[in-house]
Design a protein around this ligand. Structure first.
Ligand code: PBG
Length: 326
């Protein structure tokens, strides 16, 4: 006879009932934030070629879409504007216009869905003719002159009704300036979800297609982080917390689970992770090609992000996932 095997981990996997009992990570619809794209016009729902199933909606269509996802139990969305070239300039002037696309959309969505938590993007790139998140001077992205523009954008979004502003620009010191400016303007209740550890990633391609916001020249490596770095992520998170961030984010998610884990273990504020457009596209296109099963790959990827330590996940899969999750 062979020696008896003293430890048999398989016992705890032997039925669905026992697997449900011993599961360590529970993903629910309430963990999810759904990013959506709004464009000008009416009656428009245009699918993004590199993001099957995701559309740029005009506001009327977006409102209908949001109503249907709210019925699935989704309680938070992140809003991104898609602007034509005629609305873009070097100063991102459009980003603070009181009846700009973003402001009108925020007002309308909060009027229709007062309970819905609305995250709004703060960065220059959707409005910038240079396609950068900050001001460009002589080919360089200048930090300090960008800060008042971001702060004014945040105030303008807060005034329209945004619950949480989300600076995605990676300029140094922006959380402090945004917090100060919001407070001075009386928006002490508006939260800040900072894209703290945002990497210069190849996985943002489909999002830049959606917004037509790719940098017109150069890349984003002088402000977004080097994918090789972990300590720097901790430093960015510490600075943002000091400056007043209510939530810190790691982005992208799937290729940065170690960063999420490390940040979760040190951060006293909640940690968000963003499963970005390229991560979504990989799963979509691989499943369309018959290489993987979309549903299980999606749930596995989201569970892994939560297991790593994310308290909340930005994901384009939110409505699809919500149909399957508690
Ligand atoms: C830019 C911004 C980007 C994303 C969110 N905000 C792209 C970039 O930095 O170029 C990417 C989101 C995604 O890929 O889903 N401020």
């Amino acid at each position: 006879m062979n020696e008896p095997i003293p430890n048999r981990p398989r016992r705890n996997r032997s039925s669905e009932a026992i697997r449900d009992l011993v599961r360590e990570t529970h993903l629910t619809t309430h963990d999810l934030i759904y990013p959506v794209f709004v464009q000008e016009g009416t009656g428009i729902s245009q699918e993004i070629a590199t993001m099957p199933g995701i559309h740029r909606h005009s506001l009327d269509q977006l409102s209908k879409h949001v109503e249907s996802v709210a019925e699935l139990g989704i309680r938070a969305i992140a809003l991104f504007p898609v602007l034509g070239d005629d609305r873009k300039d070097t100063l991102a002037t459009e980003s603070t216009r009181e009846d700009g696309l973003m402001q009108n959309s925020i007002r309308e969505l909060k009027k229709l869905f007062p309970e819905l938590l609305l995250f709004t993007d703060v960065a220059m790139d959707p409005y910038s003719s240079d396609g950068h998140d900050g001001l460009v001077h002589d080919g360089k992205i200048v930090n300090d002159k960008t800060l008042p523009i971001l702060a004014a954008m945040a105030v303008s979004q807060a005034a329209a009704g945004a619950d949480i502003v989300a600076p995605s620009d990676m300029m140094d010191g922006r959380v402090a300036v945004i917090r100060d400016t919001l407070d001075d303007a009386g928006f002490t209740e508006t939260g800040i979800c900072s894209y703290s550890a945002k990497y210069a990633s190849a996985f943002y391609g489909p999002f830049r297609d959606a917004l037509d916001s790719a940098p017109r020249s150069g890349d984003k490596k002088t402000y977004q982080m080097d994918p090789a770095n972990m300590n720097e992520a901790i430093r960015e998170v510490e600075l943002d917390i000091d400056e007043g961030a209510d939530i810190v984010m790691v982005k992208p998610a799937g290729a940065y689970l170690d960063i999420i884990s490390e940040v979760a273990s040190m951060s006293p504020v909640p940690v968000a992770a963003y499963q970005v457009s390229g991560e979504y596209a990989m799963i979509k296109f691989a499943s369309q090609a018959g290489a993987i099963d979309e549903e299980s790959a999606m749930l596995e990827s989201l569970t892994a992000i939560k297991r790593a330590g994310a308290d909340m996940i930005f994901t384009y899969f939110a409505p699809v996932a919500a149909r399957l999750l508690p």
